[in-house]
Design a protein around this ligand. Structure first.
Ligand code: HEC
Ligand SMILES: [Cu+2]
Length: 473
């Protein structure tokens, strides 16, 4: 191999200096042949390993090959059209290349020295034929593409705000607003009013009616994000100062996995969400429960006595990639989600819950998070009014169970690097999270160079907060 590289180098040097010597060319082609001898087995191993590694498996929670609604179906159909056209072109040009290479290659020493064949320039039939052929191929792709763009943009017969409003009123379509934030999603229901008269708001788990087109207005609270539910449809960008929208429909009730699909900063890859599609009655029931203020499982406790020491998360044994319930099997996740909708008062510790509610109020949590009907009033972070009824926390990253929630509350930054709960929000308003910020929005440092804590929870604090948040069904 080293000899081969040496040959390559001197062939190049001579090629630049002038005409390469015949000797170099022959040694170089011998080198290429030896490379090919080694490459074939490597290629064969790679081809065998590919399906074994699962890379060619076309199923999974975010597979676009297992569609569950008309928009995703249309997009898959378009993919297949493009695939077939390009595959046929690949086979034709690939075969022509293979035939030319094999049939006309230099087989003997004499061939290597033979004069080049007569050169031809310009052949109107070939040139016109190739041009027309290319146009036909492009049309085969372009026509369905344009059709899909139109089809997937607007709910049928809902192309204008007025027409859409009529469909929504008649119960033929549904409307939702989704806003991306670094690194979570807010979902608003403009047609559903809470008892207090505000629009219903939730986060990270989008519940929709099944079997009905859902128009989703896409906005962003900061940078560009992109909304994508592979089995249902997308992806459309959420762009600052540019209202966008899409529609999708889940044909059957179920649990679907979504993902931000536009790089948006440190924790982009774990900016996920879920879509839960419910049958008509179940959806109505869910809406009625969500419109209720937060469940008051216990009153606000009096201010607690002196604090203990801050909790330190023992990182050993905490697997950042621990699978969520139902990852890969949406029906398990759906059942788990349904089971979370009902409170279980028998298993609740009301003293702990009231202490947690007090801690929530006293630790600034209320400035970022809303808990409707109780102390939380913030709107720049996920709405927690019914957080106990969600199946995931931290934008689809962690399973929502007491252990995981406590882990998250003690050290959010370990789970989601740079997240705004730990580092504080600086846009559109400045709000300190777990770290204290200086005037410019940077973390304040103490003399030893450590960031100053604004929120520091003890282990007992985190346990009580968890009990409180879990009770919010
Ligand atoms: C500076 C604003 C801020 C403060 C203060 C704050 N949070 Fe958060 N919190 C956030 C943001 C932003 C997220 C979303 C993080 C993400 O997923 O990227 C979040 C996420 C959460 C979640 C997960 C919600 C979900 O559905 O994914 C819980 C639970 C939570 N916070 C509880 C608390 C508690 C308890 C406190 C007080 C100890 C607190 N937060 C203080 C901003 C804040
Ligand atoms: Cu994003």
């Amino acid at each position: 191999m080293a000899g081969g590289l040496q040959t390559l180098r001197c062939a190049c040097v001579r090629a630049c200096a002038g005409r390469p010597q015949l000797n170099d060319i022959m040694r170089f082609s011998a080198f290429l042949r030896s490379l090919a001898r080694r490459a074939y087995p490597a290629l064969a191993v790679a081809l065998l390993a590919l399906p074994a590694s699962g890379a060619l498996w076309l199923e999974g929670p975010q597979s676009t090959f297992q569609t569950a609604g008309p928009v995703a179906k249309d997009q898959l159909h378009l993919f297949y059209i493009t695939l077939w056209v390009t595959l046929i072109l690949f086979v034709i040009t690939g075969s022509a290349l293979a035939v030319a290479t094999l049939k006309f290659r230099a087989k003997t020493e004499a061939d290597e020295h033979a004069a080049p064949p007569p050169q031809s320039h310009g052949n109107p039939v070939v040139e016109l034929g190739l041009t027309i052929g290319s146009i036909v191929c492009l049309l085969f792709i372009a026509v369905p593409t344009l059709h899909s763009i139109k089809y997937t943009y607007d709910v049928e017969n809902g192309e204008t705000p007025g027409k859409l409003a009529k469909l929504v009123e008649e119960g033929k379509a549904y409307r939702i607003k989704a806003t991306g934030y670094q690194w979570w999603f807010k979902f608003e229901y403009p047609t559903e009013k809470t008892a207090a008269g505000s629009d219903l708001v939730t986060a990270n788990e989008l519940v929709i009616p099944a079997g009905m087109p859902v128009h989703i207005d896409l906005r962003t609270g900061d940078v560009i994000h992109s909304f994508w539910v592979p089995k249902l449809g997308g992806k459309v960008d959420m762009i600052p100062n540019r209202p966008n929208h899409l529609w999708l429909q889940a044909d059957e009730p179920g649990y679907y996995f979504g993902q931000c699909a536009e790089y948006c900063g440190d924790s982009h890859s774990i900016m996920k969400f879920r879509v839960i599609a419910l049958a008509k009655d179940d959806f109505a029931k869910w809406l009625a429960a969500q419109k209720q203020p937060a469940r008051a499982a216990a009153p606000l406790a009096p201010t607690p006595a002196a604090k203990g020491t801050m909790a330190v998360l023992n990182l050993d044994g905490r697997d950042r990639l621990a699978p969520l319930a139902g990852t890969g099997d949406a029906s398990v996740a759906f059942t788990a989600w349904q089971a979370r909708q009902q409170p279980a008062p028998a298993q609740e510790n009301t003293a702990l819950i009231s202490a947690g509610r007090r801690l929530f109020r006293d630790n600034n949590c209320i400035m970022c998070h809303a808990i409707r009907g109780q102390e939380g009033i913030g709107t720049n972070a996920p709405d927690l009014t019914h957080v106990g009824a969600r199946s995931t926390i931290a934008a689809g990253l962690l399973e929502n169970n007491p252990e995981r929630m406590k882990d998250w509350l003690i050290e959010p930054d370990y789970w989601k690097p740079s997240n705004k709960m730990f580092h504080g929000i600086t846009y559109p308003v400045k709000m300190a999270g777990y770290l204290k910020l200086d005037e410019s929005g940077q973390p304040q440092m103490n003399p030893t160079g450590q960031p100053v804590r604004n929120i520091a929870l003890t282990d007992a604090d985190a346990t009580a907060l968890t009990a409180y948040l879990q009770s919010l069904k």
